[in-house]
Design a protein around this ligand. Structure first.
Ligand SMILES: Nc1ncnc2c1ncn2[C@@H]1O[C@H](COP(=O)(O)OP(=O)(O)OP(=O)(O)O)[C@@H](O)[C@H]1O
Ligand SMILES: [Mg+2]
Length: 261
């Protein structure tokens, strides 16, 4: 059983999107997946039904993904976390993915320490810089933290600038492209189960294939990492500037002024 935590100290950086994409790809690869929702929304379930992970699970049912393939649970304190984990282990989940809130509390600190791998999604240089500062200023198990570029926009050259903003932590070699296929998972369920041409979201076959192959590549890399735990061959992003809190942004600005318009 492998536990992967998706964490970023800034909201809207793509944690839930990446959890859903990664879970779909693991399911497609034949694994039984458990997702623990420790976000702010998880606490509100029930009665208001605001947990995105629960909503997504319902959408997955429409794609034929049942509890034999996907189990979800909510956790907001240590007791609910332990019982969620027990439930997923009893259900035979081989991969446990944890969605987290942006503000780490005692539970999240524990989850970060305990898991096999931490994936930190970012979709731009501000998030990447934010994550880097957080990692540097917190006593964290940095060795198992990996940045993941998701939904980056712009040219290859422009994207490279975004990636460089994550300094001090290794970066996963895989990334997820910007795609409606990932953005719509909450409402359309697993993108693996969609019959090309029969969906109502206007995806082309190429969109679906592109998204699927990126997610498959990502889970292969994650599987390799959690199995071998050999992190040494991953390169750290280049540190562009240090010292003044804004020095990093200034250095980015000098390199790509158009990115700041
Ligand atoms: N690869 C991608 N392609 C398209 N859109 C993406 C991609 N990754 C993330 N997004 C979009 O970015 C936005 C933020 O993503 P998401 O809600 O997953 O972030 P989060 O970190 O879980 O946010 P929150 O703080 O609200 O929990 C969403 O609109 C999502 O659809
Ligand atoms: Mg979220």
């Amino acid at each position: 059983m492998h536990t992967i935590t998706f964490f970023a100290p800034k909201g809207g950086s793509g944690r839930t999107t990446v959890v859903m994409a990664t879970a779909s790809a693991f399911i497609e690869a034949g694994h039984r997946v458990g997702v623990i929702d420790t976000t702010e929304e998880a606490r509100r379930w029930p009665p208001s039904g605001q947990s995105f992970i629960r909503q997504w699970q319902t959408s997955m049912l429409t794609s034929g993904i049942g509890p034999d393939q996907l189990v979800t649970a909510s956790a907001w304190d240590f007791d609910s976390f332990y019982s969620a984990k027990k439930e997923l282990l009893t259900a035979g989940c081989t991969h446990i993915l944890i969605d987290t809130p942006k503000a780490p509390n005692k539970l999240i600190e524990y989850v970060l320490l305990e898991c096999d791998l931490i994936v930190m999604p970012f979709s731009g240089y501000f998030e990447a810089t934010w994550i880097s500062s957080w990692v540097t200023s917190n006593l964290c198990p940095v060795r198992k933290m990996f940045g993941l570029a998701t939904g980056l926009m712009g040219t290859e050259e422009h994207q490279a600038i975004h990636r460089q903003a994550l300094y001090g932590s290794p970066m996963l070699k895989s990334s997820l492209p910007r795609s409606y296929v990932f953005a719509n998972q909450l409402i359309d369920g697993s993108f693996y189960k969609l019959e090309a041409g029969s969906d109502t979201f206007g995806y082309t076959d190429a969109d679906l294939l592109h998204a699927r192959s990126a997610a498959t590549k990502l889970i292969k890399e994650l599987n390799r990492l959690v199995k071998t735990r050999s992190f040494s061959r991953y390169q750290c992003g280049e540190q562009l500037a240090t010292g003044h809190p804004l020095a990093h942004l200034q250095a980015l600005h000098a390199q790509a002024p158009e990115a700041f318009c």
